[in-house]
Design a protein around this ligand. Structure first.
Ligand SMILES: Nc1ncnc2c1ncn2[C@@H]1O[C@H](COP(=O)(O)OP(=O)(O)OP(=O)(O)O)[C@@H](O)[C@H]1O
Length: 650
């Protein structure tokens, strides 16, 4: 290794045993003074060394500054036999030629293990207790592993008990003390997506690998960070995990009377919340299924209109216009087709799938929302209206934006109903089921202006329903407006009155946009704030992804059994440095010889390595007979070259 700088033996130093490592052997002057080497590598490592007696030195050495003083600021053998000069104020008569050559000097940063530096993050701090989700109702497999039952559609939950638990934990974790065993799926997704495996694969996902910091540890000094500072927020991670989990859910098609395949879709999974099917919205019973597309492998939502016979082929052309609409507040439609796969004449619409979404109805009028308002009954009179005004404005802005797109395309939504608006994120809504009414009530020459006026009226009715938090609010408009004027601003009341008023001569979406005015600016501000938070979360994960890739490279290179006796791969040259660096990063020990589990140290070292900084560190061999001073840049070059060699040998 050309660039590594071995610490040279002072003249006259007798070697205690020959250097056993090839790296040491490459230097004829390899310095074998254990004490100095141990101290050089790390104070933490020093305890692991065998006690070594310093060798006798000539009188001239008294005039030479001890290297330990120069490098580390102290010499543990001062007064115990070390004959070099320890008085830094006393100028050394003879300068040590090696030291003047060495680039490392007193000011070089030295790694201090966690138990010395109070500011570092210790591995113990991430000993979070195992999280057991609330909905886990004790599904225990034969091995006694508790499985987690997700908040699934009610009728399906029963089918999940007694399912095998997949073997996890292969790539499980950064578990540093065995305390964070992470039961991740082993990565083999084969069969997971597909029906017919007889069972819905299920796994106990651990959403909370890291708890949020406790209040008493949040008062950190500016240079300190908690372990949570390195990873995305718990809530976001949990949400993403849950979405992934929901996307992969399947049921046995036969058990649920579902077709194995439907056009180019398979693995149907019912999404309806209840068994009861209403004909209120479409005039026909409808069902929704999640499914996989065998063409692109993506997940979609199929809406089946039951018992519908398509009589006019022209109706299908309506879908073409809807297919062209792409908008952040509209669930995109992919295609529509008829099918007899369910044993009847069904009309099938294929939409984008938004995992874990709920309808606006579920969010504000469903059982959970009712429970929340019951809690509020006992609340003081000053309690805020149940749906905050800002949320109502946000809904209105999003729906107006969607309507603008639809009306500009020469279409009408024809369906603005709380059960047909999806909430796909926090206050994030999307119009669902677009295009269905155009097919079901096909009219070759529709009165578009009239339908668009209806859209605006329906928007006003929806807003009134939400503001009054009552599905019958539109039955008594005077009373509802009175309620709204007492609980909300006059701007909101006027907006609702405008939307619900008679069109004289015609109302347009542009008029609504003008009335929204400054509220739109507020919405943009909120969206950008949310975006900033997500971006910062993303950047944290970016770091982690980078570090995982580095650690993988380490894993590939270090101690490969097939190269055991190969001089190019065994403990020589560049690879030897990588091995020593691995020890430096992960295998530090403290004065008592106990492992130092300092996450901050590991992250710092890996980040510096990835950046390839010029900072130098001292690496010491395991037998403590030799040490090397190398920069992170040099170590990075070694790793890259070793990895290149590995890739070539494939
Ligand atoms: N595109 C989609 N992506 C993800 N989930 C969806 C999608 N469309 C509907 N869902 C989910 O399917 C479930 C049923 O939707 P649906 O529109 O049938 O609501 P509903 O209240 O049952 O209405 P209806 O009474 O008309 O059947 C809802 O929980 C909804 O979140």
């Amino acid at each position: 290794m050309a660039s590594a700088i071995p610490i040279m033996a002072p003249p006259g130093t007798a070697a205690e045993g020959s250097p056993s490592t090839p790296a040491a052997a490459t230097s004829t002057n390899a310095w074998t003074a254990k004490a100095t080497a141990a101290a050089a590598a790390s104070p933490a490592a020093s305890k692991a060394s065998q006690p070594a007696k310093p060798v006798s030195l000539t009188n001239s050495n008294k005039n030479r500054t001890c290297r330990n003083i120069v490098i580390h600021g102290f010499c543990k053998y001062e007064g115990k036999g070390c004959e070099f000069n320890h008085d830094v104020n006393k100028p050394a008569a003879v300068a040590s030629p090696e030291i003047s050559k060495a680039k490392l000097h007193v000011n070089s940063p030295i790694f201090k293990p966690a138990n010395i530096s109070s500011g570092s993050v210790k591995a113990e701090s991430i000993n979070a207790p195992e999280f057991v989700p609330k909905s886990s109702q004790g599904i225990v497999d034969q091995q006694g592993v508790q499985s987690f039952a997700p908040p699934m559609q009610n009728s399906l939950a029963g089918s999940m008990s007694g399912l095998p638990t997949a073997p996890y934990a292969q790539f499980s974790d950064m578990s540093l003390q065995g305390s964070m065993s992470t039961p991740y799926f082993d990565g083999s997704a084969s069969g997971y997506y597909y029906q017919g495996s007889g069972a819905m694969m299920h796994q106990p996902l651990q959403y909370h690998l890291y708890n949020t910091p406790l209040p008493h540890v949040s008062n950190l000094l500016p240079h300190q960070r908690t372990i949570h500072g390195f990873f995305i927020a718990d809530s976001l991670r949990e949400e993403l995990h849950r979405k992934n989990e929901v996307i992969l859910q399947t049921v046995n098609a036969q058990e649920y009377g579902l077709p194995e395949e439907l056009h180019e879709y398979h693995s149907l999974y019912p999404l309806d919340q209840t068994q009861e099917k209403s004909t209120e919205v479409f005039g026909y019973q409808s069902s929704v299924y999640k499914c996989m597309c065998s063409v692109d492998g993506r997940t979609y939502a199929l809406r089946r209109i039951e018992g519908f016979r398509l009589t006019n082929e022209l109706a299908m052309q309506m879908i073409e216009s809807w297919r062209r609409i792409r908008h952040a507040n509209i669930v995109s439609i992919r295609e529509a087709f008829t099918s007899k796969a369910f044993g009847d004449h069904s009309l099938i619409f294929v939409y984008d799938y938004h995992p874990c979404s709920k309808t606006l109805y579920d969010v504000h009028f469903g059982p959970q929302a009712q429970l929340a308002s019951q809690v509020l009954v006992g609340a003081p009179k000053t309690t805020e209206p149940v749906i905050h005004e800002r949320i109502l404005w946000s809904y209105l802005i999003q729906l107006t934006s969607a309507l603008k797109k639809i009306h500009s395309a020469g279409l009408a939504a024809r369906l603005i109903d709380p059960t047909k608006i999806l909430v796909t994120g926090k206050n994030r809504i999307r119009m669902n089921c677009c295009g269905i009414m155009d097919m079901l009530t096909f009219d070759a020459a529709p009165n578009l202006a009239h339908l668009q006026q209806d859209d605006i009226l329906n928007l006003g009715q929806l807003l009134m329903t939400l503001a009054c938090k009552s599905l019958t609010a539109t039955h008594n408009i005077t009373k509802s407006i009175d309620y709204i004027s007492r609980h909300y601003s006059s701007d909101l009341k006027n907006m609702i009155l405008f939307l619900m008023s008679q069109p004289v001569p015609m109302k347009t979406v542009d008029q609504i946009i003008t009335m929204l005015g400054p509220r739109v600016l507020q919405e943009i501000n909120d969206v950008q704030d949310a975006n900033d938070v997500l971006e910062s979360d993303l950047s944290r994960e970016l770091e982690n992804g980078r570090l995982v890739r580095l650690m993988m490279k380490f894993g590939f290179i270090n101690e490969r059994p097939e190269f055991d006796m190969d001089p190019a791969w065994s403990e020589t040259g560049d690879r030897y440095i990588i091995k020593l660096f691995r020890d430096y990063v992960f295998h530090q020990v403290d004065e008592a010889g106990l492992p130092v589990l300092d996450v901050a140290h590991v992250l710092t070292c890996l980040n510096k390595l990835d950046a390839g900084v010029e900072e130098k560190i001292v690496l010491m061999s395991r037998d403590e007979l030799s040490c090397l001073i190398v920069s992170y840049r040099e170590i990075k070059a070694c790793i890259e070259s070793a990895f290149r060699d590995l890739s070539k040998s494939k």
